[in-house]
Design a protein around this ligand. Sequence first.
Ligand SMILES: Nc1ncnc2c1ncn2[C@@H]1O[C@H](COP(=O)(O)OP(=O)(O)O)[C@@H](O)[C@H]1O
Ligand SMILES: [Mg+2]
Length: 335
Amino acid sequence: MGVEICVEGLTKSFGHQVIWQDVSLTLPAGEISVLLGPSGTGKSVFLKTLVGLLKPDRGSIWIDGKDVTRLREHDLYEVRKLFGVLFQDGALFGSMDLYDNIAFPLREHTRKSEREIRQIVLEKMDMVGLLGAEGKLPGEISGGMRKRAGLARALVLDPEIILFDEPDSGLDPVRVAYLNQLIVDLNAQIDATFLIVTHDIASARLVPDNIGLLFRRELVMFGPREELLSSGEPVVGQFLNGRMQGPIGMAEEKDAAQVEQELAELDAGNHRGPKGGKGASGAGVTPRLLPSEGIVRPPRWEEIAEYEEKMQRLRDLRAASKGAVGVDGPGVTGI
Ligand SMILES: Nc1ncnc2c1ncn2[C@@H]1O[C@H](COP(=O)(O)OP(=O)(O)O)[C@@H](O)[C@H]1O
Ligand SMILES: [Mg+2]
């Protein structure tokens, strides 16, 4: 069922620069969580800390009954085997073809025969839709294919936890849509806990069970997707709705006076987003992306699908009654 990760009071700084402090959250086993945050807020640092590549100043990371922050090198090596990581650029070896890139962890970390390796590599390449591209070099394929190859490589050791560092960065919207669907499909197919860090709001609205937001060195919120998407918290609302008004500025931070003024405007109800949308609470909870047709849904996904169907019926009902009465009632998406 994947494993749970429990982070308690985690703080990380480099020299005098505090990156984030007192971060506490639990990534539930088998679920998809997204950690959102503007660029430079330390999302990649957070992932590196989870896998023990960076040591935090304070706090604990509990995985499988062990505190990763206090493990010796040998035990850390064992815990790292639980992780598959998709790095931002796929982090493929440029001189190796996709087959060898994906086979690499198996050759490094297992004693499997080349026959067994071949079977695993082709299975994972099939999962990410790359069968037939075994002989391609990373430089010969698109950014989207490189991400999928990186994902196949992250899967070969059958990880319990998969970390995605900005899987959507550098991809066009269509490729992002395919990748999001692939992530959801994979979650339904393999029992692993997923953590995706990104600054892409659209993906964060569609894909996860849980959302967290890093801002100004703090984890502002972490909780179920629906809770965050309907939150009245200004930072969360601004970020999830892509508004310019609010505490987040171009250079990440605005001066206090400007924030005060904008918050006052928000309170006064003057909070139309770029699409003329409502404030955070009215912007609505978008329907969740479900696994593709043909993928056998485990019970967890059956429940999610049933819930989404129910919500859709409610939205349809609201739309129908709004049409019948002919008034502009509350936003249909606001359910
Ligand atoms: N190894 C390091 N040494 C010193 N500073 C670092 C190191 N890694 C990251 N940083 C700093 O930490 C901050 C957060 O970086 P990062 O995690 O890459 O942000 P994000 O992934 O959210 O865009 C940046 O200011 C960066 O310069
Ligand atoms: Mg980063």
